[in-house]
Design a protein around this ligand. Structure first.
Ligand code: NZQ
Ligand code: ZN
Length: 391
């Protein structure tokens, strides 16, 4: 048995044309003025932004808007958003986009009710004092921010990418129409699937494991996402596969697939890559996961063996080490099959030794010195993993 708190207050409205309900959902929050927040233009090109506005108009909700969120969302736009929210008397934030837009919306929502600098939260020098209510119309299955307690922001100067977790920022509702994700570039679909897998794997690779029910959910989710990622590689418009992956993105990061704290070292390592090189989050995870797994598997052997046999379909024969390694190889083969990188050069970067050392130092500092549960990693371990991945 595990002791845990499970809290998922987000109302999910899932399915075809779900965005038509946005106005009613916002109206039900009893708010007067909405900030519509969006990214670099995909929601304009697809017509989604206009449909969302029509839905708000129909519900008699007034709004202002702020676009321009980039992947690895920047603090500078968050500051602009906070100023706009205060100036316009906004009392609800509607994120229309992916994890980056939702995370930026969360940061604005924190900052709008806080006299201090919102970066302090991400710098972990202060806790949030409150948060404006927010909702999401999701356009990519990936980060799981639509139901998570997390927000990840990059400070423009120095490329420092940091996350802050608090239940205060969990969206009031998430509108999820899988059809909206059919316009994604294949690289984003595959990166999203990788991120979904990683959110469950981070919770899976812990020495104490999870409860049996939780492990079974996690393993089912991992198998389902891999199967549907392959379908989407060959048939990007397949709406059933889009639906499977979209629901998985939320379930993978709303606390359902883990009953303990989890490992999260791969995410920590990726956040430094994202901050320094502005890589796509899911692809960055794929590029370091294999090196992380080979570095830690012996310290968490029974979980890697279970993963190999229950998730990757590896035959239960040979030594536990052999089985575990074959499971890791099978996962890397899967990443390759969806055109995800398994090392830093395939990610398109070639960091210098000095850059690797800087990332290891920052990763360790961000974690307060040590990170991980499968194996507790310190700065020297982090550097070793970066070096293993740097080919
Ligand atoms: O900006 P637009 O033009 O909308 O283009 C986006 C962006 O370029 C595009 N896109 C999104 N939906 C689309 C679309 N293009 C065509 N059709 C659509 N339907 O895809 C690109 C990526 O979007 P982004 O929002 O960055 O993707 P994702 O959801 O993967 O979010 C990544 C961010 O989330 C953070 C990551 O670190 C990264 O900064 N994470 C947030 C988490 C959380 N809050 O719980 C957890 C994760 O572990 C992760 O760290
Ligand atoms: Zn992630």
């Amino acid at each position: 048995m595990f002791n845990f708190t499970y809290y998922t207050p987000t109302k999910v409205v899932f399915g075809r044309d779900a965005e038509a309900q946005t106005g009613t959902l916002v109206r039900a929050q009893g708010c007067n003025k909405v900030l519509i927040h969006y990214g670099g233009g995909s929601v304009i090109r697809s017509g989604l932004l206009d449909r969302v506005k029509a839905s708000l108009d129909q519900a008699g909700v007034t709004y202002t808007q702020l676009g321009g969120v980039v992947p690895n969302p920047r603090l500078s736009l968050v500051y602009q958003g906070i100023e706009l929210v205060r100036r316009e008397g906004v009392d609800f934030i509607l994120a229309v986009g992916g994890g980056s837009v939702i995370d930026s919306a969360k940061a604005i929502a924190y900052g709008a009710v806080d006299e201090g600098d919102v970066w302090d939260l991400y710098d972990h020098t202060r806790q949030a004092v409150g948060c404006l209510p927010l909702g999401a119309v999701l356009t990519i299955a990936a980060a799981g921010s639509e139901m998570s307690n997390s927000s990840v922001i990059t400070k423009d100067e120095g490329g420092v990418k940091r996350g802050y977790n608090s239940d205060l920022c969990r969206p009031k509702f998430a509108v999820m129409n899988p059809d909206l994700t059919t316009t994604l570039p294949p690289y984003q679909t595959a990166s999203g699937c990788t991120d979904i897998l990683m959110h469950t794997m981070e919770r899976y690779f812990t020495p104490d494991g999870n409860m049996e029910i939780t492990d079974s959910i996690a393993e089912g989710l991992l198998r389902t996402v891999m199967k549907n990622a392959l379908i989407l590689r060959d048939d990007p418009k397949n709406c059933d596969a889009r639906a499977e992956v979209m629901w998985a993105s939320s379930l993978s990061h709303n606390g359902l697939t883990g009953s303990s704290q989890g490992d999260w070292a791969t995410h920590g390592l990726e956040h430094e890559l994202g901050g320094m090189f502005d890589v796509t989050h899911g692809a960055g995870l794929a590029a370091v996961w294999g090196s992380w797994a080979r570095y830690v598997y012996q310290d968490c052997l029974h979980r890697f063996v279970r993963f190999a046999t229950h998730v990757m379909g590896v035959a239960d024969s040979g030594s536990p080490e052999d089985i575990a390694l074959r499971g890791i190889e099978a996962m890397e083969d899967f990443f390759r099959s969806i055109h995800m990188p398994t090392c830093l050069s395939e990610l398109g970067i070639t960091p210098t030794q000095e850059q690797l050392e800087t990332m290891a130092r920052m990763c360790s500092a961000a974690a307060g010195g040590a990170k991980g549960a499968a194996k507790v990693l310190r700065e020297a371990d982090m550097l070793s993993i970066y070096q293993m991945a740097n080919h």
